[in-house]
Design a binder for this molecule. Structure first.
Ligand code: NAG
Ligand code: NAG
Ligand code: NAG
Ligand code: NAG
Ligand code: NAG
Ligand code: NAG
Ligand code: NAG
Ligand code: NAG
Ligand code: NAG
Ligand code: NAG
Ligand code: NAG
Length: 651
């Protein structure tokens, strides 16, 4: 048995000042990106190498691979040109499916994006386009010559523009287990959110098309629309929409908080939404310029964003400055609750699922979740007058949802009273928000698992679709239902496919795809439009930290916390996250018998307190400073510090 003293001397951080497992981080060490290989040559291009060097002898092209999805502004270093009428163009694509010398993949609603042309007739020099031609995400870059000129190209560089205020590899959280695929998924989620974090002046102007602005040319694209204040903001996706969407934040926000810890970019995005609140309390479906639509569910996601940011930042002054707005938002949502006890939704806009309306289970699950949050936040700011009202409406939703929408034969909730469709979103939100009893959660978890196909968990409410957004809530639902192996199996099946399939970028997570595994997302007619780096698909990053490692902040900034690991069939886990109060971490190795732990230790900042829950485990928690607390029925309440489980006799 290993002595406590020895293990306390083990370095928490592999490198001083940096979190361990840095080798899994996909973010580049330098913002000056160099391609990793030549993917293909088309025509009479010679002398190519992976720096972008090439000789063009007439019309031809070659394609560079950056080895992973990247973002930024391209520069061509031209050595010599034989003709003043010479041009070079570049095209971009995230998926190899759209590699072409004639177009880029798509940011608009139909057709492909046009080639970005450089007039290089003046000869040698470095050619860099205006900042608005930074490309939000691409793995493959094709350089094309369209004239008979001989052109010597020295190199192709990309100035990495994503996550503009981050030191790209200085994560504040980490995750490691004995399952390499699971680890890679955690880090790909973190990197996906880095790509979707952008300069606020570089929002996608194509969306302004929908606002009646005529584009200068067909299939033009440029990123010069200002979407928030400040120097950096989170968005939905790196290539598009490059807009702030509150629904996407219900996943991305927590995954960012436990990995890069970039709360600034979250706050800029969220404040841009709160600034759009209407006089009646309604919050927007999306940030500018896409703020014209009413969505009941996305309205509530704005409120969830406020509570999530507050939980990680612990910034009570910030919460107080938005408290009146928050309350008006909750009250607006409550106006939809009718005599049945449920909200009757009369706005169809949601995450592009079909059939949002009536006494919808997803909407009511989210409302139930918001009402729990609202009670907790009200207690924190000592504004308690509405708590009993919110609690009673929440209780009414729970009763009515189970009376009107529970289908015992299917072991799932129906979408509303008049359908036999059992949605993924509503059933996962029912568990997440506590509409279910514990054995109901288990029944739903198993019924959802029974529907999985070869490529993941279906979302029948959105056609033949696999939604990595709703799948993120399904991961949480399996953990909450006490089914960690189902969560891990779904991670390996669905996010494993997204990470490893050759049509994907093998580094970032796609927005949505088909149940047959193809790169087709039912709500879109144009497959080239699908975003391959979408923050809403990064649910595993938070789920693994919060449930596999079991680190959950319950009070603002982690003033209080729970440590409730669910290893499933993982054998070792080492994970951590940071807030302004300090570092929270868990390390464990399960005992060879599979029951209990041969090693279990955790740390939390001294200014905090929390509860540890290790079902079936007995023993004593010993702190570095000599405190000892016995586990009673596997549970103990302890102050922050560095703790280890002693003796660990299994029951
Ligand atoms: C190769 O070049 C030809 C004509 O030059 C073009 O039609 C074709 O699309 C190119 N293929 C790729 C994959 O770029
Ligand atoms: C090459 O492309 C540029 C930019 O679109 C265009 O102005 C030029 O006419 C093209 N040259 C040829 C020979 O097609
Ligand atoms: C990248 O772009 C930024 C912002 O325009 C600029 O400050 C920086 O010098 C550029 N870096 C390189 C390597 O070109
Ligand atoms: C963005 O670029 C387009 C195309 O060049 C231009 O018409 C528009 O005025 C620019 N918008 C801003 C805000 O600079
Ligand atoms: C942007 O960043 C700079 C440098 O960190 C800082 O001085 C400035 O205040 C920031 N601007 C805003 C609007 O946050
Ligand atoms: C979106 O918000 C902007 C800024 O408040 C406002 O000017 C605009 O009218 C809004 N658009 C719609 C369609 O509501
Ligand atoms: C009830 O759910 C079904 C399936 O999602 C949907 O087709 C229908 O439109 C919904 N009813 C209302 C009133 O929205
Ligand atoms: C929801 O409200 C609409 C509009 O008032 C009404 O037509 C519909 O019948 C209501 N649905 C339910 C399930 O009560
Ligand atoms: C709420 O009340 C408690 C107890 O009086 C106090 O410690 C705390 O600072 C108050 N919080 C706020 C935000 O006013
Ligand atoms: C679920 O719990 C209820 C109430 O305790 C019980 O009646 C029912 O048999 C349980 N169902 C299952 C499948 O365990
Ligand atoms: C965990 O289960 C998966 C399948 O569900 C299996 O592939 C994997 O090898 C298992 N890992 C361990 C350590 O048992």
């Amino acid at each position: 048995m290993r002595s406590i003293i020895t293990s306390f001397l083990l370095p928490l951080f592999a490198v001083a000042g940096k979190v361990p497992y840095e080798n899994y981080i996909l973010a580049p060490a330098s913002r000056n990106l160099i391609p990793t290989s030549v993917y293909q040559v088309n025509g009479s291009v010679e002398n190519t190498d992976s720096s972008g060097k090439a000789t063009f002898n007439g019309a031809s092209s070659f394609t560079l691979d950056f080895g992973k999805n990247v973002a930024g502004l391209v520069s061509l270093d031209v050595d010599s040109v034989s003709s003043p009428s010479a041009f070079l163009g570049v095209t971009f694509t995230e998926s190899m499916l759209w590699i072409s010398s004639e177009y880029s993949d798509a940011t608009g609603n139909s057709g492909y994006d046009s080639v970005l042309w450089f007039n290089i007739g003046n000869g040698a020099g470095i050619y860099t386009p205006e900042n608005k031609f930074q490309r939000g995400a691409f793995r493959y870059l094709t350089v094309v010559s369209n004239t008979s000129a001989t052109i010597n190209l020295n190199s192709v560089r990309v100035n990495f523009t994503a996550a503009p205020v981050q030191s790209l590899r200085d994560y504040t959280g980490w995750f490691h287990s004995d399952d390499d695929l699971i680890n890679r998924i955690w880090y790909a989620g973190a990197y996906t959110n880095q790509l979707a974090t952008i300069e606020p002046t570089a929002g996608d102007a194509i969306t302004s098309q929908a606002q009646g602005i005529t584009l200068p040319e067909t299939n033009a694209w440029y990123n010069n629309y200002t979407i928030t204040k400040g120097n950096s903001t989170i968005t939905d996706g790196a290539k598009r929409d490059r807009l702030v969407w509150p629904g996407d934040m219900a996943i991305s926000l927590e995954s960012i908080a436990v990995s890069t810890g970039d709360l600034y970019s979250i706050r800029m995005g969220l404040e841009s939404l709160l600034a759009l609140q209407k006089a009646d309390g309604q919050l927007p479906y999306a940030g500018v310029p896409f703020n014209g639509t009413t969505s009941y569910t996305y309205h509530m996601h704005n409120l969830i964003g406020v509570s999530f940011l507050y939980r990680f930042s612990g910034d009570t002054a910030w919460l107080l400055s938005y408290w009146d707005q928050y309350v008006r938002g909750v009250e607006w949502a409550l106006e939809a609750v009718d005599d049945s006890g449920l909200a009757n939704v009369t706005w169809s806009a949601d995450w592009l699922r079909y059939g949002m309306g009536g006494h919808n289970i997803e909407a009511n699950g989210i409302l139930h979740f918001v009402l729990q949050d609202a009670q907790n936040l009200a207690r924190d700011v000592n504004q308690t007058s509405r708590i009993s009202h919110w609690a009673s409406v929440a209780a009414g939703i729970k009763t009515a949802a189970n009376e009107l929408l529970w289908d015992p034969e299917a072991g799932l909730y129906r979408d509303n009273e008049t359908t036999t469709l059992h949605p993924q979103d509503g059933n996962t939100w029912a568990i997440k928000s506590g509409l279910t009893s514990s054995n109901q959660s288990t029944i739903i978890s198993k019924a959802l698992q029974a529907r999985w196909g070869k490529y993941g968990a279906p979302a029948p409410e959105a056609g033949a679709t696999i939604s990595p957004f709703i799948g993120g809530f399904e991961l949480q639902a399996h953990y909450i239902a006490g089914q960690p192996n189902l969560a891990l199996d779904l991670l390996r099946l669905q996010w494993g496919y997204m990470l490893l399939d050759s049509k994907m970028t093998q580094s970032t997570f796609i927005e949505g795809y088909s149940t047959d595994g193809s790169i087709h997302y039912a709500p879109y007619t144009d497959d080239a439009r699908i975003s391959h780096a979408h923050g809403w698909s990064t649910g595993p990053t938070y789920a693994l930290t919060a449930y596999a490692a079991g680190i959950q902040l319950t009070g603002p900034g982690g003033s209080s916390w729970k440590i409730t690991p669910q290893p499933g069939n993982l054998t070792t886990v080492d994970a951590g996250l940071s807030t302004s109060r300090g570092v929270f971490s868990v390390q464990y190795t399960k005992s060879p018998s599979g029951r209990g732990y041969s090693h279990f230790s955790f740390s939390a900042p001294a200014s905090t307190k929390g509860r540890v829950r290790l079902p079936g485990v007995s023993g004593t928690l010993a702190s570095k400073t000599g405190q000892k607390v016995k586990l009673v029925n596997g549970v103990a309440a302890v102050p922050g510090g560095d703790w280890e489980l002693q003796t660990g006799i299994q029951q």
